[in-house]
Design a protein around this ligand. Structure first.
Ligand code: ATP
Ligand code: MG
Length: 676
């Protein structure tokens, strides 16, 4: 190994080195959490370039989040930086969605289409449902449920003409109608949704061999992280690019497979060695992340359900705190307060106004931590509300890793709509956002007229700008006409003012000239969202299209900033692949873990267990499991039982923390321990 250039193999153990330097051909790396899978993949890229002289542009690495992709690029760059002096091309490292958008853009004749983000997708689904209802078709399912199924259909590579029974059961006919209308609406605006990105590329590859071969030839080495979470579309994409015999390295942990509800299927992971019979399988056994008690507890949760042949026991040898801390509180508010108090203790806090922690007896805690050392993980986004509320009151800085909290914030949402419209890239929904924000007094009825006119005339937003104000809109009052033409001329003026500016300058210009600056200044959260957006814009210089593409593709973990001196609040799903010195899992209750299914979405208890396992294994040094005895769910207060998964952890590994609730605690008697 000493022969390898410039320390690419430094900081790897022998098993990891073997994985990094394993010869070409299909390679499967199966290993538990924190064993350095992602690190190994990064080093393998650098090794291919530095040692095997593979041109970087011939390497494709697919990761789970844009953030992971960026970190991987930076790591590879740093490792490669030691190898060469001159500038080099970089390997393609990105998510499946980003990769497919690039391919679609490159392969489309004009300048391709735009991507509807999550919020817009919901609006288009709602419009499709409205149109289907207008045709007299009864829809018992809610638009969100129908949207989920359209998404699922696409992940199963089913188009509207296919038999949709596998994803919709007896609602198949209804789904066909909504799905078809939905696709028409998207096509009218040359827009793709997330799932279209992958579906379209797979369709293209499978119907056009020349295109497929072009990309298969270009990406000679393909590496995929988190392979256990592939769905059919992603699997077929990888297959199309990697016919048998090609170097393909996939990495994963079947015990961390948590996306079944999005069509992921462990089958693809399992059949890797059948798909590629010459595949070499390697394992990594040493964990570098978590203290032993955390690993032991995690193992007790997964062991009888593990998909790993050896039950998945991994060791780190890291000595740490002897036990996990378990806290049971009367209500969700007192749970949030208890978490806040524990954090305050550990940062050595004194000056927080509303929490008095002198009586807490969270013993033996390190008291010099930074806020960024902590993550509070939960099953359901709804749980973040009360936690955020309590933290805000207590002055604990926090960030919520949720796409909507940045891109969906009032003010920011409209800012992006303006940027798109003025850049000729907007969708009808962007136009509607601007109309709503400007308080044109356009009621729902007028708005419906407007959208009907838009859809019936198959207009693009650009055409709207050209037509409105010049031609009267049928059925629209004079006042409304005037409002609209005012708006349109305002947009034209903005458009002129923006030309030649960088993305950052454009955003600044829009803020000042649309009244949005005032809207955003009204709330600290809006300001925080804007700050993050502007910071992201900085990286794009004058590339507005690139910026908008980034904005559309961001998902929950992408809006999370490692460097911020803040406590992280995120869902268990978003935390996959990440690690924190101190982790709280909030809501360790039956109903959250496992999550209570709905008639539309039955629970997969094993998957829920794996999700809990993912959460436990995010912790490096300390782990807190908290729960509330009573909680408001969908507006109704209910008693909550402890999560059955927690019961699988031996009591000797847990300390039951005596804790008193804040405010609520005064009304309720003090509770002792999770099992009391
Ligand atoms: P997950 O299953 O959660 O995605 P993973 O297997 O991808 O985990 P990594 O995130 O790559 O694991 O690594 C976990 C931690 O261990 C990281 O902080 C990483 O830097 C560290 N690590 C991995 N290998 C080594 C090593 N050989 N020496 C020191 N630290 C290591
Ligand atoms: Mg990883």
């Amino acid at each position: 190994t000493g022969a390898c250039p410039a320390g690419i193999l430094d900081g790897l153990n022998p098993e990891q080195r073997q994985a990094v330097t394993c010869a070409d051909g299909p390679l499967l790396i199966v290993a538990g959490p924190g064993t350095g899978k992602t690190r190994t993949l990064t080093h393998r890229i650098a090794w291919l370039i530095g040692e095997r002289q593979v041109a970087p542009e011939h390497i494709l690495a697919v990761t789970f989040t844009n953030k992971a992709a960026r970190e991987m690029r930076e790591r590879v760059e740093a490792l490669m930086g030691r190898l060469t002096d001159g500038p080099r091309k970089m390997p393609v490292v990105g998510t499946f969605h980003a990769l497919c958008l690039d391919i679609l853009t490159a392969e489309s004749d004009g300048d391709g289409g735009s991507v509807v983000d999550e919020e817009e997708r919901r609006e288009v689904v709602a419009e499709a449902v409205r149109q289907v209802r207008a045709q007299g078709i009864a829809t018992a399912l809610r638009p969100d449920a129908l949207g989920d199924r359209i998404s699922l259909a696409k992940q199963h590579l089913l188009d509207p003409d296919a038999d949709l029974t596998p994803v919709a059961g007896e609602d198949a006919a209804l789904l066909t109608a909504v799905y078809r209308t939905y696709q028409t609406l998207l096509a009218r605006e040359s827009a793709w949704d997330y799932d279209d990105l992958i579906f379209s590329v797979v369709r293209r590859f499978e119907s056009d061999d020349a295109v497929r071969e072009k990309y298969a030839a270009r990406f000679r080495h393909i590496l995929v992280d988190e392979y256990q979470d592939l769905n059919l579309g992603q699997y077929r994409l990888v297959r199309a690019l990697s016919p048998p015999g090609k170097p393909l390295c996939v990495i994963g942990d079947p015990d961390q497979s948590v996306y079944g509800f999005r069509g992921s299927d462990l089958r693809y992971f399992r059949q890797f060695t059948t798909d590629y019979p010459e595949a070499v399988t390697l394992r990594l056994r040493r964990n570098y992340r978590s203290a032993e008690p955390i690993l032991e507890a995690s193992h007790q949760v997964i062991r009888d359900h593990s998909i790993q042949p050896d039950g998945g026991r991994i060791c780190s040898g890291i000595r740490g705190f002897d036990t996990l801390t378990v806290m049971a509180l009367p209500t969700e508010r007192s749970e949030a307060v208890a978490i806040g108090k524990a954090i305050e203790r550990m940062v050595g806090g004194t000056g927080f106004h509303s929490i008095d922690f002198e009586k807490t007896d969270v013993t033996g805690l390190k008291t010099d931590r930074a806020f960024s050392d902590f993550a509070v993980l939960y099953r359901s986004n709804a749980q973040s509300r009360v936690i955020a509320d309590v933290f805000e009151n207590a002055g604990i800085p926090f960030q919520i890793a949720r796409r909507e909290d940045v891109f969906g914030r009032k003010g920011v949402r409209e800012l992006l709509a303006y940027l798109k419209i003025a850049g000729g890239r907007g969708l009808f929904s962007d136009f509607r956002k601007i109309i709503r924000m400007n308080g044109t007094g356009m009621g729902r009825k007028t708005e419906a007229l407007f959208s009907q006119w838009f859809y019936e005339n198959r207009l693009s937003p650009d055409r709207v700008l050209a037509v409105v104000g010049r031609e009267p809109l049928p059925g629209l009052s004079d006042v409304m006409q005037r409002h609209l033409s005012c708006l349109v001329s305002q947009i034209s003026i903005l458009k002129t003012g923006m030309s030649g500016k960088s993305v950052r300058e454009k955003l600044g210009f829009l803020l000042e000239n649309t009244g949005l600056a005032t809207v955003i200044r009204e709330s600290a959260r809006r300001e925080a969202a804007l700050t993050l957006l502007l910071r992201k814009a900085d990286a794009f210089g004058g590339d507005t299209d690139g910026f908008l593409k980034m904005a559309a593709l961001q998902n929950d973990p992408d809006v999370w900033e490692l460097s911020a001196q803040k406590v992280t609040l995120m869902t268990l799903h978003a935390a996959k692949g990440l690690e924190f010195p101190v982790v709280f899992i909030a809501g360790c209750e039956n109903g959250f873990l496992p999550f209570r299914g709905s008639p539309n979405r039955p629970v997969d208890t094993d998957e829920e267990r794996r999700l809990f396992y993912v959460g436990l294994t995010r912790a490096r040094e300390r782990l807190f499991l908290t729960r509330a005895g009573r909680r408001t769910i969908y507006g109704k207060s209910e008693d909550r039982e402890i999560s059955p998964f927690v019961r699988d952890i031996e009591e000797r590994l847990m300390t039951f923390e005596k804790n008193r609730g804040h405010r609520a605690g005064k009304k309720h008697p003090v509770q002792l321990g999770l099992f009391n």
